[in-house]
Design a protein around this ligand. Structure first.
Ligand code: ADP
Ligand code: ZN
Length: 727
């Protein structure tokens, strides 16, 4: 029988690879597919899990060359709402459609469940009793089955003791049913007593959820005002309605405390979604989300792309956080895309922050976003008082980094039995190592960057490419021996200084490169909260979201650090980061105090922080942005051309600039050597496109990319719409 007499149906299938187009496949007999269905298709030498994107166009005669769909998977189809969202993100960011789809298909691997075993009392006491055995028997008298690890912990014995009791028949091993993935949260488990301001905010949010439909609400409250407690009421309402909630967090590694607080409010922990889930947990969570068996997901930005069965509410905590911008693969800003997703699904979204992004603040001031305002800390605690320490006038001695006034404040805090946090956003021991006899600076062989001294690891490390080497004894340039000196402080060097100033104190250094695992970090943060450390020295890892009840003093060792990098958002970032880290102080008892060590006490950021005048800061910053037509009053896109040959790279960047379509609305600047001129042996040149706010800059960029000269060799062209990073 000739196939052409019975033409097969053809559909377009999007494969999760860096491809923009969906490809046509034939639907074999026996398989029924509709748009959104998850299927397996061959491509090249491999088969891929992919998604039917739409009806294909049958082209008589040509269809015989098309390949068949191999199978349809037993998964709920991706809803139209999600497929439109994927298309939208791809169109807006210029990331390949397949790259964006891949984020929706990270379904992990469903394998057989690992059996779980427990022990329980089964027979008479053993012949020989020991104190350890006695503790186990006392614990197990109730005849309940307990996981072995639990017995180890509660009875304080080694697992060998338990094995011995099993061998003697006193205990028996039983198999447990698989652990339930996520128990349904109980919206009425334990609601707090709210202050009047909190109550009114909670009511507004609850009504917003009850009304449903698309809306954006800024939950704007000082640190410690109870934003989380208040938005939990919106979550509760959404749970009562049987719909799913997504809570996005900038840094999921730091959410240990959050999960516990959720459990206090709702009786159980929520499901988590982030890159560190095991494949099996990922698979079970994915399946639970698609089947509406999981009602609340707390996740990193990638959780935005999950195929929720019935998403009813999105919450973005710390909405101003730069970590929401993904910088590799698809370059998207999770806050902006979350608003788009909420609009596509016609549901409310809540943005929470004590220091909103300028974009969000402008939207709230112009009433495009509603604002729920919590002006005071819960329980009457005051905001920390903030003082500057002028490093030009009262700085520390040479080679020291803690000014006498800050050291004195730390001493007083310790005497009171309180904690102190010294904040320095710089990993390692020292940012620069130079030879005392010839001035030679140790540089990364691959990058335009100095090597950072990491003494704990005894390595010099490049923070851009990861290159590392042991510290040399001899200067490569002048051959002087032992001539290298560390210049400037990192957190490890501060620890050295703290150890000499406060030898009796218990000190913890928290910095991302020292974190061995998420569990370990969560345990350390918990130790801090329990008061097991006196002085915490940390990078921005400690700035976010934690509640340390005994912490009343925060010293910012270098408040100017983020200001000098030529980034248009430098002042905003510095204000947010410093406000947030000082906001860790004085949350429970006593008075919080913050010290800013700075060379520029008159800088608008420092003045706004000291005067606790947030409105002045925003008004000033908004005016500047408006004048210079920077976001949100104009639009920006960054283009980076990189390659291993400097001249070829620069030449390409020039030709690409020359290919920019002429349009009076768009101004193209550059190319210029990027601030990070060489990374991983690749030379980098930057271009910047500027347009008015209501202009479709993405469409312009797509035309530009198409008109640009062909990419050859190892050149690379990266386009970043709404760039957050200008390095
Ligand atoms: P924010 O997110 O605004 O910094 P949180 O929601 O973390 O504030 O609240 C700060 C602290 O105050 C938390 O320990 C929280 O449990 C507590 N808190 C806030 N509101 C209440 C309330 N109504 N009743 C009891 N504790 C509250
Ligand atoms: Zn490097």
């Amino acid at each position: 029988m000739s196939e052409s007499l019975f033409p097969r149906r053809v559909v377009d299938v999007l494969v999760p690879l860096a491809l923009d187009q969906a490809y046509s496949y034939r639907v074999p007999p026996g398989i029924e597919v509709a748009p959104g269905d998850v299927v397996v298709v061959p491509l090249g030498q491999r088969e891929y899990t992919a998604v039917v994107w739409g009806e294909g166009t049958a082209r008589p005669g040509l269809d015989n060359r098309l390949k068949d769909i191999v199978a349809k998977l037993d998964l709920p189809p991706l809803k139209t709402e999600l497929r439109q969202f994927i298309d939208w993100v791809s169109d807006y960011t210029l990331a390949a459609r397949g790259t964006v789809l891949r984020m929706s298909l990270r379904m992990g691997e469903l394998g057989p469940e690992k059996p779980r075993y427990a022990v329980r009392l089964a027979g008479p006491p053993p012949q020989r009793m020991t104190p350890a055995r006695g503790r186990v028997l006392a614990l197990m008298q109730d005849a309940l089955a307990r996981a072995k690890a639990e017995v180890v912990q509660e009875a304080g014995v080694s697992s060998g003791v338990i094995d011995g009791l099993v061998d003697e028949g006193t205990l028996e091993t039983v198999e447990l049913p698989p652990a339930p993935l996520a128990q349904p949260p109980n919206p009425d488990f334990l609601a707090p007593d709210f202050s009047p301001a909190q109550r009114s905010g909670a009511d507004t949010l609850r009504e917003t959820v009850a009304k449903s439909g698309f809306s954006v609400t800024l939950v704007d409250g000082v640190t410690g005002s109870g934003k989380t407690e208040v938005y939990f009421e919106a979550v509760a309402e959404n749970i009562r309605r049987g719909r799913q909630t997504l809570i996005l967090m900038p840094e999921i590694a730091l959410t240990g405390q959050f999960l516990d607080r959720f459990a206090l409010r709702f009786g159980v922990r929520p499901a988590e979604w982030h890159s560190q889930l095991s494949p099996r947990k990922r698979a079970r969570t994915y399946a639970g989300v698609t089947a509406n068996e999981i009602s609340v997901v707390v996740g990193a930005r990638s959780a935005l792309f999950l195929p929720y069965a019935d998403l009813g509410l999105i919450i973005l905590d710390e909405e101003h956080d730069p970590a929401y911008k993904q910088e590799d693969g698809a370059r998207y800003h999770a806050r902006d895309m979350a608003v788009v997703r909420a609009r596509a699904a016609q549901i409310p979204i809540l943005l929470a922050s004590a220091t909103p992004s300028v974009e969000t603040e402008v939207n709230a001031r112009r009433n495009r976003y509603r604002r729920v305002h919590l002006p005071e800390r819960f329980g009457g605690q005051l905001q920390p008082s903030i003082e500057a320490i002028d490093l030009k006038r009262e700085g520390p001695a040479r080679g020291r980094f803690i000014a006498p006034r800050l050291a004195e404040a730390v001493k007083i805090a310790l005497e009171r039995g309180e904690q102190a946090l010294l904040f320095l956003n710089r990993r390692g021991y020292a940012p620069l190592t130079l030879c005392r006899s010839c001035g030679h600076r140790l540089q990364c062989p691959n990058c335009d960057a100095w090597l950072v001294d990491h003494r704990f690891k005894r390595r010099l490390v490049c923070h851009l490419c990861g290159f590392s080497m042991p510290p040399p004894n001899v200067c490569v340039k002048c051959e002087a021996v032992d001539s290298f000196a560390a210049v400037g402080p990192g957190v490890e060097r501060l620890e050295e200084e703290v150890a000499t100033l406060f030898p009796a104190s218990r000190v913890l250094v928290l910095s991302s490169d020292l974190v061995e695992s998420m569990d370990r970090l969560r345990a350390e943060l918990d130790d801090v909260a329990q008061g097991r450390f006196d002085i915490i020295i940390g990078t921005q890892l400690v700035a976010k979201g934690h509640n340390f009840p005994k912490l009343n003093l925060v010293g910012v060792v270098d408040a100017d650090l983020g200001l000098g990098n030529g980034d248009p958002r430098a002042t905003e970032r510095t204000f947010q980061l410093l406000h947030q880290v000082i906001g860790r102080a004085g949350r429970s008892e006593g008075f919080g105090a913050g010290y800013l060590q700075t060379h520029q006490p008159e800088h608008p950021v420092m003045r706004a922080l000291i005067a606790a005048d947030r409105e002045a800061f925003y008004s000033n910053e908004i005016e500047l942005r408006e004048k210079s037509a920077y976001p949100p009053f104009g639009r920006l896109a960054g283009v980076v051309v990189s390659g291993s040959d400097k001249h070829a790279t620069e030449a390409y960047a020039r030709r690409f600039a020359a290919a920019a379509p002429h349009d009076t609305h768009v101004k193209v600047l550059g190319p210029a050597e990027a601030p990070l001129a060489v990374v991983r042996g690749r030379f980098r040149f930057r271009l910047l496109a500027k347009s008015p706010r209501n202009y479709d800059l993405s469409a312009y960029l797509r035309d530009w990319r198409a008109a640009g000269p062909k990419i050859t060799g190892n050149l690379k062209l990266e386009i970043d719409v709404d760039p957050q990073n200008f390095s």
